[in-house]
Design a protein around this ligand. Structure first.
Ligand SMILES: [Zn+2]
Length: 185
């Protein structure tokens, strides 16, 4: 986990956050969804950039949101083709999910994605090894929103000084998302 976080820290180079932000990684899963419009608006107001781990099927359903997120400078990454839980998939089927989702991103925004987050974070060692061999970075998370307390919790033990990776979902309550994002500015 620490290794992956350090790789991600390198990836951050070139991103532009306002000086006073503590530069966590903001990540949104499961979109795009209609709620994503409001998230893009808030990110824009606060001057923050995020990584959107999108589900390819949703991308095909909401292409305008995909284009708006890309042109606002956010990073688009893969969260699989149809959000199936992948850890029990044969490698060939897993590869099809990854390649098909990457193809959608490439087709819609012209970028070759290099980040992948498996649905529910579930992946097996054979799949992980194959992703690494393809130079695809697997991104987990260190903090996530707890809907009952409306705040961030840290389900993963501390990983030292590496930047935190915040997991939010496009479908989550927009007021919760706003108040969390405001703490970073
Ligand atoms: Zn998900």
């Amino acid at each position: 986990m620490r290794f992956l976080l350090e790789k991600l820290t390198n990836y951050r180079i070139g991103w532009h956050y306002p000086e006073k932000c503590p530069i966590p990684f903001l990540t949104f899963d499961d979109g795009p969804l209609p709620n994503t419009w409001s998230i893009l608006e808030i990110l824009d107001q606060l001057g923050l950039k995020a990584i959107f781990f999108m589900v390819a099927q949703n991308m095909l359903q909401y292409p305008e949101i995909v284009k708006a997120a890309a042109s606002a400078g956010h990073c688009l990454a893969s969260h699989g083709y149809n959000h199936i839980i992948m850890k029990n998939l044969p490698l060939k089927e897993f590869q099809r999910q990854v390649f098909a989702s990457f193809a959608v991103i490439r087709h819609m925004v012209g970028n070759q994605p290099c980040l992948f987050r498996p649905p529910k974070g579930q992946i097996n060692p054979i799949q992980a090894t194959w992703l690494i061999s393809q130079n695809i970075r697997i991104v987990f998370w260190s903090h996530q929103l707890d809907a009952s307390s409306h705040s961030l919790i840290e389900p993963v033990p501390s990983v030292g000084s590496a930047s935190p990776i915040i997991l939010l979902h496009d479908y989550e309550d927009i007021n919760d998302i706003r108040s969390i994002l405001e703490t970073f500015c």
